[in-house]
Design a protein around this ligand. Structure first.
Ligand code: PRP
Length: 207
């Protein structure tokens, strides 16, 4: 499984704003929006393009577009804060939705919503979730996609725990991970350390 850490000063600066406990909800959302642009930009770097010929005001030249825009799948709630920015970068992408809440005791993801196309054969998919902690939510989401035929999945996360990366690696699922950081570890409550707290709560308030 390929893991790409976007190691860039501007990405680090946005992630630092998100980590800072003094950052309020509006500033947290703004930093996540900006970081999402950088992560999606990097995540699409090697996507195939198709070319066509266009006229500039001066001459004929090649024009480029993504050959197959990915299906964007934000994982609610926290992934909603990445959806609009990803969609702005890839305006012709379709969007699906998965809603999961992690049980605070068992840390298991409980699904409450699923809105996905029936068939994802030959359809690249980009899953958006700011946090990969135990990896349970991402694994659950990717299994939903694979059941529909997906074979090309990119998980885009602001930050990840080594434990979550390992779970996905061991799952053997067809995916790669793009993130701005792999943090130190998970604590006993399943929070990423140093992390940023709960990305859903920090954007939208405690449930
Ligand atoms: C958080 C986060 C991920 C998940 C990560 O969501 O946004 O979806 O936990 O944890 P995992 O890797 O251990 O599964 P949460 O369940 O808190 O829901 P929310 O987005 O509605 O706040």
């Amino acid at each position: 499984m390929d893991v790409h850490v976007v190691d860039h000063p501007l990405a680090k600066a946005r992630l630092s704003t998100m980590r800072d406990a003094r950052t309020d909800s509006a500033a947290f959302r703004a930093a996540l929006h900006e970081l999402t642009v950088m992560l999606v930009y990097e995540a699409t770097r090697d996507f195939p393009v198709r070319t066509e010929r266009i006229h500039t005001p001066v001459a004929l030249t090649d024009a480029y577009r993504l050959a197959t825009p990915p299906l964007l799948v934000p994982v609610l709630r926290a992934g909603l804060g990445m959806a609009d920015q990803a969609h702005k970068l890839i305006p012709d992408a379709r969007m699906g939705f998965v809603g999961l809440a992690r049980d605070e005791e068992t840390l298991q993801p409980t699904p409450y919503m699923e809105s996905l196309p029936d068939s994802l054969a030959d359809q690249p998919v980009m899953v958006l979730d700011p946090m990969l902690a135990t990896g349970g939510s991402m694994e659950f989401t990717i299994r939903l996609l694979v059941e529909r035929g997906a074979t090309d999945v990119t998980a885009v996360c602001a930050l990840a725990a080594p434990e979550g990366i390992e779970l996905l690696r061991e799952s053997g699922l067809p995916l790669r991970v793009v993130t701005a950081s792999i943090d130190e570890r998970l604590n006993d409550s399943g929070f990423i350390v140093p992390g940023l707290g709960d990305a859903g709560d920090r954007q939208y308030g405690a449930r």
